[in-house]
Write a protein that binds this ligand. Structure first.
Ligand SMILES: Cc1cc2nc3c(=O)[nH]c(=O)nc-3n(C[C@H](O)[C@H](O)[C@H](O)COP(=O)(O)O)c2cc1C
Length: 348
């Protein structure tokens, strides 16, 4: 039975959410991650909303075919009031457990149009948008936000705006938009949000292990976690958090279990007419994160980035993962170049 998102929000158990990640968190990825225990709630990649937009068919398909039995929240991004209202109305004709507004995407093309993270430059505009969305949305309405555009100076003002609109949940990715993905996460701002908002707050950013999850929950008082890259690298993370909290032994995969997951990813990123080169490109995106947790020198990461065939990809993965040693899958400080796109910097 699908426990409604609303039930999770009204209960007291900590909530485990899988973060929305464009080009990653699609139907097949959800199917795969669910095999490892999965989160309590799934968020879709964002629906891009503007004057002439229509709802992206492949994201709708993930909502309709949701193979997890768990609630799915549909995320929208945009700044055009009428188009946003039209789109959220249409979305509610599908089995969505909630609607989430993206206030964090740092992609320049999005921010230039005063959408995503760009909206954080104009809290007045957010106020108007949320008033209209609250009116149009009958299911839980949530917001996923960063702590500011180029500084966190206006964060309290933002919280004042968010507090006015009977939101059902707010997720805070505690970085500014210009900080993108690789700076420290400033969890003290999540704590501020917890103190200022009447709704549950989820903490987001750099939750890479059950121990870290526990520590940030304690530090912030959040109602739960939204986890992104940590779940690509380590799909066991949700189950590990549950076990740790229940006082059960935390499962730690060995190399072969990770190899099996990587083979699952290879299958999840394939499609009938997809050329081998494109398939390799797709799976490499996920491997960027996984490789950071496999060995510390960067040798595996850099070798994976150079492969061009599936045979070569599998040979390399077997060379590094066909063993029974436990893998924590937390990111090593692998040497990275300044232009390394390791955290979705090319998109959201
Ligand atoms: C590849 C990628 C795609 C992303 N796409 C989205 C998106 O569509 N919507 C969104 O709100 N955030 C998006 N994000 C941001 C994540 O949801 C999350 O806020 C961020 O990665 C920090 O959490 P983490 O440290 O647990 O990964 C994306 C991040 C990555 C790495």
């Amino acid at each position: 039975m699908i426990t409604a998102f609303a039930d999770w929000l009204q209960g007291s158990a900590p909530i485990l959410a899988l973060a929305p990640m464009q080009d990653v968190t699609d139907l097949e990825f959800w199917r795969l991650i669910h095999r490892y225990g999965g989160p309590d709630v799934y968020f879709t990649e964002y629906f891009r909303v503007h004057g002439t937009s229509t709802l992206e068919s492949w994201i709708l398909e993930s909502i309709v075919e949701n193979p997890t039995g768990r609630p799915v929240v549909a995320q929208v991004i945009g700044g055009d009031l009428d188009a946003m209202v039209r789109s959220v109305r249409q979305l509610q004709e599908y089995p969505v457990a909630g609607i989430d507004l993206n206030l964090g995407c740092p992609a320049p093309v999005v921010c230039r149009k005063s959408a995503g993270g760009g909206l954080l430059r104009d809290p007045g505009r957010i106020d108007v948008l949320l008033a209209a969305l609250r009116e149009a949305v009958a299911v839980p309405l949530s917001v996923k936000t960063r702590i500011g555009y180029d500084s966190a100076a206006d964060f309290d003002r933002l919280l004042g705006v968010l507090a006015r609109h009977r939101l059902d949940c707010v997720t805070v990715h505690a970085r500014t938009v210009v900080e993108r993905y690789r700076s420290e996460v400033r969890y003290e701002f999540v704590k501020r949000a917890v103190g200022a908002l009447p709704c549950p707050v989820l903490v987001n950013g750099n939750v890479f292990s059950a121990a870290r999850a526990e520590a940030v929950l304690e530090a912030t008082g959040a109602r739960g976690w939204m986890i992104g890259r940590g779940a690509i690298r380590n799909p066991w993370i949700f189950e590990q958090i549950r076990c740790r909290r229940a006082g059960r032994a935390v499962p730690v995969p060995d190399g072969r279990a990770v190899l099996e997951y990587v083979e699952g990813l290879l299958a999840a990123t394939s499609a009938p007419a997809l050329r081998e080169a494109s398939h390799i490109q797709r799976v490499k995106k996920h491997m960027n994160y996984i490789a950071l947790g496999v060995e510390p020198t960067g040798r595996f990461l850099h070798a994976i980035r150079r492969v061009t065939t599936i045979a070569e990809f599998l040979r390399l993965c077997r060379e590094h993962l066909d063993h029974d040693r436990p893998l924590l899958l937390e990111p090593f400080a692998v040497p990275l170049g300044p232009r390394d796109i390791l955290a979705g910097e090319a998109g959201c």
